[in-house]
Design a protein. Structure first.
Length: 157
């Protein structure tokens, strides 16, 4: 059986689109860290608008790092700015390697990807604009090996 190149390409693209869709995804954004060096003064922010206060969400934190990252974990501060201007701060620890030093997550070669469920059942009580700002909280001011930070919000079913 022979496939025409155009038909094969169309089937491949449609398959990828359908498989990559997440109908529960409300927000997803990833930001690159310049040169893979996360300085303490380099804060990474994500802004989103909440139009509906009746939904509940799961929040995930995505971290992409290289195998030269010198630690098994990472500590971060997360500041959440609410529509009324108030700010709440969380301290987060994400485990990137197991006790034997093997990297967790997925990936091959020198880059690893980890997704962490940060919170579930989040309910935004006010409509409006929210901001999530990450700051690395390790004991080094220059943190080598962290490539990207991202967040994703999914609606709970």
């Amino acid at each position: 059986m022979h496939c025409r190149p155009a038909a094969f390409l169309l089937v491949t693209v449609l398959s990828l689109v359908l498989l990559s869709c997440n109908s529960n995804r409300f927000f997803h954004e990833t930001k690159r860290i310049p040169d893979g060096i996360w300085n303490t003064e380099n804060r990474i922010s994500f802004d989103l608008s909440i139009p509906d206060t009746s939904k509940r969400f799961l929040m995930f934190i995505d971290i992409r790092h290289d195998v030269e990252y010198p630690f098994a974990n990472i500590y971060m501060f997360l500041d959440t700015r609410f529509p009324d201007g108030k700010i709440a701060r969380d301290t987060i620890e994400c485990q990137l390697a197991d006790y034997d030093g093997r990297w967790l997550g997925s990936g091959s070669g020198s880059i690893r990807f980890n997704r962490f469920r940060f919170q579930k059942g989040i309910r935004f009580t006010r409509k409006g604009n929210y901001s999530f700002t990450f700051e690395q909280a390790m004991r080094k001011s220059r943190l080598n090996g962290i490539r990207d930070i991202g967040i994703e919000l999914e609606t709970e079913q």
